[in-house]
Ligand binder design. Sequence first.
Ligand code: BGC
Length: 759
Amino acid sequence: MHHLQSIISQMSLEEKASLCIGASPWTSTPIQRLGVPELIVTDGPHGVRREVDIHAMGAGSLPATCFPTASCLASTWDVELIHQLGEALAEECIALHVDVLLGPGVNMKRSPLGGRNFEYFSEDPFLAGELAASYIKGMQGKGVGVSLKHFAANNQEYQRFSIDAAVDERTLREIYLPAFEKAVKNAQPWTVMCSYNKLNGTFASENHDLLTGILKNEWGFEGLVVSDWGAVRNRVAALKAGLDWEMPGPQERRVKAVVDAVRSGELPEALLDEAVRRILRIVFKAQETPKGGSFAVDAHHALAHKIAAEGMVLLKNNGLLPLKPAQHIAVIGHAAEKAHFQGGGSSHINPTQVAVPFKEFQARAGNAELTYAEGYPTDNSFRQELIDQAVSLAKTAEVAILTIGLPTFKESEGYDRADLDLTDQQIALIKAVSAAQPNTVVVLNNGAPLVMGAWIDGVAAVLEAWMMGQAGGAAIADILFGRVNPCGKLAETFPLRLADTPATINWPGEAGQVRYGEGLFIGYRYYDKKELPVQFPFGYGLSYTTFAYSNPTVSAATFKDVDGLTVTVDVTNTGHMAGKETVQVYVHDHQSGLVRPPKELKGFAKVELQPGETKTVSIPLDFRAFAFYHPEYKQWITESGEFYILIGASSADIRHVLRVSLESTLELPCILDVESTIREWLADPRGQAVFGAIFAQFEAYSRQVFGAVAGGEGNLGLDMMDMLADMPVVSALSFVQRALPMPAEDLVADMLKQVHSLA
Ligand code: BGC
């Protein structure tokens, strides 16, 4: 610290300003005379895209392991495996001279149409936060930094540089921020990348509440905030808001703007110094990790293989899988020969090697003859002859493996998806092949949910293989041929129809703004609330074995919020193959002051079990598992009362429900004011103390005057008490002014004085 202060004190204003803007697309500005080296950053998130020329853009990137993208990573539900991924990424960064990797991305999948969803983990903030924290600890434990992105509410590609995400505070706190919050509080990422979009009217890059208020002050973020590439409009405003480092550079005009702003007094130099301090801290931290050497190419390919196998989700299986020995297997689909294993855009990796699905099938198919047909083109043309060839091949075989990659014109960074369908040709192909060959398994390579209603009933099995990384071809083969028991579970809901999805009527926004009208209700929170059927629920995935749950317990039936709870359950492998099961714990608040989703994921654990084996899984639930964010108290609160603990194999397959009773230890400030309603006065203990007796009189009087009995019709032909309950006390009292000792306003003012003196 002392060291940094002494450097800062020797820096000229120009040096400070230029340190706060990159020197090139991927590097910070070095200050040689003071011994300040450059910081090198690179994309991210599921591999190291280290440009050949680190001071330029576009000359291609050095080979690195392409791991599965985030949709697949999240479907592993395996924090330990994600930690290993982080370590491997750090090793590659070290070998490739990279100080900070630009990832992970923890934005919520608000709509399955989001073009970049393949780079994000989940529709659930708890799951995304747990995985991100583990990824970060894995990487930073090896001395390489991350950039947690894109902060915040960057949930679509349409107008991503400018769209104004209009999100109410509670939704922001409960859905869009918690994954960032957990990652920051538990893993202290070296950097956080602000997003391009506006949030409630202000660019994220200029959003003081977000960058300074919440991130730095409230959550205690110690690292630096970097802009997304090109996200800064006004450099001075961004610095004031807490945006430390603008990327990319160089940008001479902006350096000058900062210098001028300090000279003119518009920007306090202390603010600039704070940005400089944060940047220098990371620059020097990065120096503590010596760079160079090589990384274990084959071991990392093997890790990519393992992660892919754990993240793939078996969606349907009528018993065809694992495949039995066969004479002839027809392998159909472009993605069998040309693996579709990653997405387009800034995360695009130059892989060290690629496992080709067809070859991997061949290697595991014993004596079977494998034949290949392309099946579909990767553009939007329709080629019937490819379908015809595929059908004749499928007819002569015992099994058809259809390997379907969603072409990039349907899914990439930079644009949203227009629908949730495969291409017309792919749909026609699946229908035709499965009509000719009942033993058809569909393997999907895509980054986000697809609708399958047009074809799923006709096929025997479906494996969601995701954008599976460079080794994914081998993982598919392992699963199809039974070398690996599938254990991935969906980290996002697969809906039946696009029209059912939560953001439908508020997507993708208009006139520069997108309203998050569905509020808290994204993903399974929405489908639960609407009681809508889905194709495959959140948390779902099949195995080649079966699991039974028994002996569910909680550590205490009645507990204090601050103490939390531990949930335990025994899981038994009741089938014939070793396998892994992910146990999920959801919490349902039985009664609450504000609307809450029917259930929310608050814990999970993955266990490996041999046939017949039983293990006890134990899952802790903390204060936050029961709390919600109250926009009036401006804090996370708990309310005393009953909660249900739901233990499930998916969000739709709840095996046990336990009732517990929470005692809130919070002493909330009194927020009653002149507009507070009768119900609110009576719900607050201080309000009850002051208003309770007055209310009793009021009730008696209005019963006498209006014949108003609760639950019955008074002389106005309505339930007077129901009508009054949500009226401000002052308005209700003014109707019975005649019976009051003083004007209603004065009475309420007096009551307020009393409650606030009690508080
Ligand atoms: C993307 C970021 C990425 C950056 C640098 C931006 O367009 O949104 O995720 O890290 O470019 O390539």
